[in-house]
Design a protein around this ligand. Structure first.
Ligand SMILES: [Fe+2]
Ligand SMILES: [Fe+2]
Length: 202
């Protein structure tokens, strides 16, 4: 792909849109863009799996890598009989840590949004705040900060996720299932028809 952009092969030039400003777009241009986007979208599971593999290089002072943390989360959810959507949400919940260290909850929730139910997206979006329950005292913050959502219908679900599938997933002794076990789940969930399109996001 990079070579095409740099060298502009004849074929690539023929298959380049005619406009420099979107206001000049033709219907052929639009179709060409859609064709490309459909191909990119079909590769989304591959990109997400690659991002998960990339978590292997992050460890720091904790006793497991970020990949192992997410595998523990997904494995515990699977062994508890959670459904495939829940397991994939658990697997993905920290995938944004390196790009959005100050906002990985909303970032990952936005990735999951078109493919998973609102409840799971809310859990993932809010889990960083709910997790502070376990360590807020060490940063002079309020461990009960999450209670501002106490009346929210998914409050209990997020408390449960953090207790069962996040705060306890830093254990070097735990025997997780490998990423390959979850790969078909990732392909099924992110190979679905999205619930909404990019322009429907508010
Ligand atoms: Fe997190
Ligand atoms: Fe986590």
């Amino acid at each position: 792909m990079v070579v095409d952009v740099v060298t502009y092969s004849t074929e690539a030039r023929l298959r380049t849109v005619s406009y420099a400003h979107m206001s000049q777009m033709t219907s052929d241009d639009y179709e060409l863009g859609e064709e490309y986007q459909r191909e990119l979208n079909s590769q989304l599971p591959d990109r997400l799996l690659e991002a998960l593999r990339g978590l292997e290089k992050y460890k720091g002072p904790i006793q497991v890598t970020r990949l192992e943390h997410t595998l523990q989360s997904a494995t515990r959810a699977h062994r508890d009989g959670r459904d495939e959507e829940y397991v994939v949400a658990a697997l993905m919940h920290d995938i944004g840590d390196d790009f959005a260290p100050h906002s990985h909850g909303p970032m990952v929730s936005a990735i999951l949004g078109p493919f998973l139910p609102e409840r799971l997206c809310w859990i993932v979006e809010k889990h960083p705040l709910f997790q502070t329950y376990y360590y807020a005292e060490f940063m002079g913050a309020d461990p009960a900060a999450r209670d501002k959502y106490r009346d929210h219908p998914y409050y209990g679900d997020c408390v449960e996720f953090c207790e069962l599938y996040d705060q306890n997933c830093f254990d070097p002794e735990y025997e997780s299932l490998p990423l390959e076990f979850f790969e078909p789940m990732v392909r099924r969930i992110f190979g679905r028809q999205p619930r909404y399109a990019a322009w429907d996001v508010v």
